[in-house]
Design a protein around this ligand. Sequence first.
Ligand code: OOG
Ligand code: NI
Length: 472
Amino acid sequence: MSAPTFLEPWQLRAAFARSLSDMYGKEVPAYTTLLDVSHEVNADFVAQHGADAERLGSISRVTAERHGAIRVGTPTEMSQVARIFGAMGMHPVGFYDLRDASSSSVPVISTAFRPIEREELARNPFRVFTSMLVTADRRFFTADLEQRLENFLGARTLFGPELLALADRAESEGGLPEDQAVEFLRLATQAFELSDEPVDQAWYRELEAVSAVAADIGGIASTHINHLTPRVLDIDDLYARMEARGITMIDAIQGPPRWEGPDVLLRQTSFRALAEPRTFRTADGEIVRDSLRVRFGEVEARGIALTRAGRAAYDAAVVEIDEAAAAARADNPGFTEAQRQELARAVWQKTFPTTEAALADQDLGWFTYEVVDQSSLVEPSSPAAPVETRASAVVRQPVVYEDFLPRSAAGIFQSNLSSDGAKDASQEGTDRDADWMAGALGRDLNDPFDLYADQVARSLAGAAETLGVDPA
Ligand code: OOG
Ligand code: NI
């Protein structure tokens, strides 16, 4: 087979994920360690669990799977990001407001760019959590600071005209010829490299006093990939192995606790942000070397996507765990993370059933249905069914969660910031919602629940057609 001469969006997406991973591995060597450990964990898990290990995605998908995180400053930059990812078949899904996603709040709103069709996800599920600074939010920025931020952001160019023109062409023509694809991928990767342009020290520090995230976004004239997250099949095992290698992890695994029932949604953790050398320009024009801690190494395990009812149960469980943990901490200042996990497990046991079948029956999780020839289900050792009596069976498969959790996202942001910043709680926040985000993007914003429901409805229609029955 000769090399492709035209690259389709999914091929651009897969190639971009690889290119970004190579670049980030050079910039952040600990990421390469994280990848090595992830591969070990996944290989051991597959060896122990066989075919069951692949219920939430083939091992080839999981091995290549990454999510990235980027941060931009303005609606214009956000709409440019949408064009670049649009070229790769990645569409905005979901709205996250991290300004009040718990005690840890950061002045951003976010969406995730990702493939939305089942086949596209199977080809390459690369997704990017993309956050945008809300400069108009008075709890963080005074009118004067907002104005100076807007001036700074308005004067910079994150994505050049050549990159955007190639992106638009790829999106309208369904891909790019190879030479243009190579150039597109080079420019797109370069746009997310860490720049060594000197940073205006006074400006950066002024923003940092308000919010370290605001400084990372609005204090420098370029952007960069913040983290690139591999997926593992056993995140507790990964956490232990990283610590055994002497890499300091954040205190907790964010999201659901480890427990005996099915894994749902998303569990994430990270190693602490590393000090990276940066150049600063001081107020009197002197160039000095210093370091910043903003980029970290995150890793995640994905579980079954929850329905709206399942998600409501999850959200209620999170509140219950928080309250119980706060009460326990008040009684006992030595309350540990291990004790919090114990408490979380107890809440989980009353909230969720311990089997996939019950999760499906109670309509808490999403499952697809597929008709298979029953003979393929018969173990080779069992007596083969006579051909005449072969029947079809409907097999239920869990749908993997493809999105993010605002609470974990805020936790991941916050646990890696070097300072808390200062928020003026006496001020009103600025309204921002999914419609506002769609307007900024200049595109429809997909609702994650609709996408899961659609995937399930299609599987039911397909199964009904195969069986020649009414899907209802
Ligand atoms: C994004 C943090 C959120 C996740 O996986 O929840 C995130 C950021 O740090 O820019 O990536
Ligand atoms: Ni992340």
